[in-house]
Design a protein around this ligand. Structure first.
Ligand SMILES: *Cc1c(COP(=O)(O)O)cnc(C)c1O
Length: 234
């Protein structure tokens, strides 16, 4: 699959350019290859070509692929139901989609059982779209404060999914909004909380996200090609 190698090269070049443009150090942004709907063979191909981090958004699909994929850091980037936490707790390096205290408490409980400190991000619905999951910007600080008290969970930063649009100004306002929320949290809870990760930006908008401060971008179609619209309802 020559195209995966080519696509990866081009995505990495665009990441470097965005890093330079915004005065950030080369290598300061982590690329997460989003592999939902793609089979393990293609994921392994990406790993052979240097991908270190893989993102899936459904627990069921992740479970099906997990044993067939080479050693890699797994990220859960989609909505997580409390009753599914137990299935993935031993598999995931970073859960991006924590959007309630109740979910964080369940993660804490399951992590404790296996003696793990689970790293998480708080998902924020910056744009306020009804279709999107995430904490509201105004609930974020209080949630962060409560969640930071849990022993087996460690907050590392924030995540957002921007609207599906080409409106660059709107995208910038959403990405800068997430950055601002992270600064506010840092200012209020500096001693107890780590806000070093901002997970934002997908195939359509990752260079803009990087310019606005993203430290992790989640790129699917830009690496693996277009997802079939019929497949699994995407
Ligand atoms: C699918 C998905 C992505 C990747 O989207 P692309 O447009 O394929 O790059 C990123 N983040 C989340 C949460 C996703 O569900």
């Amino acid at each position: 699959m020559e195209y995966i190698k080519e696509n990866l090269k081009s995505v990495k070049e665009r990441i470097s350019r965005a890093e330079e443009k915004s005065g950030r150090q080369n290598g300061s942004v982590t690329l997460i290859a989003v592999s939902k709907t793609y089979p393990p063979e293609l994921i392994n191909e990406a790993i052979e070509n240097g991908v270190t981090d893989i993102g899936e958004n459904r627990v069921q699909e992740l479970m099906e692929k997990y044993d067939k994929v080479k050693s890699v850091r797994w990220h859960l980037i989609g909505h997580l139901q409390k009753n599914k936490v137990k299935y993935i707790i031993d598999k995931i390096a970073l859960i991006h989609s924590v959007d309630s205290l109740a979910l964080a408490e369940e993660i804490n409980k399951q992590a404790k059982k296996i003696g793990k400190i689970q790293e998480i991000l708080l998902e924020v619905n910056v744009s306020g779209e009804k279709s999107k999951f995430g904490l509201t910007p105004k609930d974020c600080l209080a949630a962060a404060e409560e969640i930071s008290k849990l022993e087996n969970v460690r907050i590392r930063g924030l995540m957002t999914v921007a609207p599906n649009t080409d409106d660059e100004e709107l995208l910038r306002s959403v990405f800068s909004g997430l950055k601002q929320i992270s600064l506010d949290i840092k200012e209020n809870l500096a001693d107890t909380i780590d806000m070093s990760i901002l997970s934002m930006g997908m195939t359509n908008d990752f260079p803009i996200a990087i310019e606005c401060g993203a430290t992790m971008v989640r790129v699917g179609t830009g690496i693996f090609g277009k997802r079939s619209a019929l497949e699994r309802g995407y």
